[in-house]
Design a protein around this ligand. Structure first.
Ligand code: C2E
Ligand code: MG
Ligand code: MG
Ligand code: MG
Length: 292
């Protein structure tokens, strides 16, 4: 331990570390400006019913349209946004923008799909979070069932009491909740049972090697059976191949999300996306006709 501390102290003077620290400060300043200047955008990735290929819902994914560096994925800025608390104002912007996408769907004449939004732990800790979301839904006249909030398994496990109170409040408002990145956070079935959530998303890391790894296949099959016993829906993340999709469909996984179906789409593209045609073709002709 003392060795570690010594190393850390030493690395304070390491030019690489100093560069990283300066980069973080600069990024924080840029993010603050990005909040004022509204440089954020949402992409919407369809989540598909594996049975017939229709779009069940969308996941809203944050992008930062940086004035010099162009469109940035969350991996490049979300840590800094969380460490600085900037994720809180950004997070409200995300929920509002997701609700506006729901409203666009309502006015499009097509079937309206719910939108799922990712939450950060800082947002869980905001005492008036649920009240503010409720006020927003009322102001924009969005039925609460059309908003889903994704909370990662690790966020739940690190803040069990806090998460439970918040989830119960959100559920009373009619908002749907899903557990994200499941399988990476060391929770047990009995722990999960106490959270009144609607669905659970199996992390991409279990889906990636389905073809080559019998253990991953067993894991995913067991998780699916367990989640169905709890009367929840199962979503598999990161489906990239037909084989992964076929396996997941065979074991009864309800929904899938991944590049095989669609990448995250810009608003207009998402509004015109109604389902995955090849899955519909595997079913009856009538199924194909109703796919749109
Ligand atoms: P996540 O919630 O697990 O979202 C899924 C991520 O997997 C997205 O990355 C998506 O583009 C990517 N993905 C989907 N299908 C595939 C696939 O078939 N293959 C591969 N390789 N990747 C796939 P993205 O958009 O870069 O987001 C990364 C993470 O950033 C999200 O993981 C989520 O934890 C976080 N995030 C995104 N938007 C928000 C937000 O509005 N607020 C917060 N707090 N976090 C967000
Ligand atoms: Mg997510
Ligand atoms: Mg996820
Ligand atoms: Mg993930």
């Amino acid at each position: 331990d003392s060795k570690r501390a010594g190393k850390n102290q030493f690395s304070f003077y390491n030019p690489k570390m100093q560069e990283q620290a300066l980069h973080a400060i600069h990024l924080e300043e840029e993010l603050r400006q990005a909040v004022c200047r509204q440089e954020f955008a949402l992409m919407f990735q369809p989540i598909i019913a594996l049975e017939h290929g229709r779009t069940e819902k969308f996941e809203a994914l944050l992008r930062w349209n940086h004035p010099q560096r162009g469109m940035q994925a969350p991996g490049s800025f979300i840590d800094t946004a969380e460490q600085t608390g900037l994720i809180v104002p950004i997070g409200y912007w995300v929920i509002e923008a997701a609700c506006k996408f729901v409203r666009r769907q309502m006015h499009s004449g097509h079937k309206v799909r719910p939108v799922a939004v990712n939450l950060s732990v800082c947002q869980l800790r905001e005492a008036d979070f649920a009240d503010r979301v409720e006020a927003l839904l009322i102001r924009l006249q969005i039925p609460p069932e059309l908003l889903e909030l994704e909370i990662t398994e690790s966020m739940l496990m690190e803040n069990v009491d806090l998460a439970l109170v918040l989830i119960e409040h959100l559920k009373r408002l009619g908002i749907r909740i899903s557990i994200d990145d499941f399988g990476t956070g060391y929770s047990s079935l009995s722990q999960l049972r106490q959270f009144p959530v609607n669905s659970l998303k199996i992390d991409r890391s279990f889906v990636r090697d389905l073809e080559s790894s019998p253990i991953d296949r067993q894991m995913v099959e067991a998780i699916t059976a367990m989640v169905h016993k709890l009367d929840l829906k199962v979503v598999a993340e990161g489906i990239e191949t037909e084989q992964q999709m076929r396996f997941l469909r065979t074991i009864g996984c309800d929904y899938g999300q991944g590049f095989l179906f669609a990448r995250p789409l810009a608003t207009e593209q998402a509004l015109h996306y109604h389902g995955h045609a090849s899955l519909a073709r595997n079913n009856t002709a009538t199924d194909t006709e109703t796919c749109n």
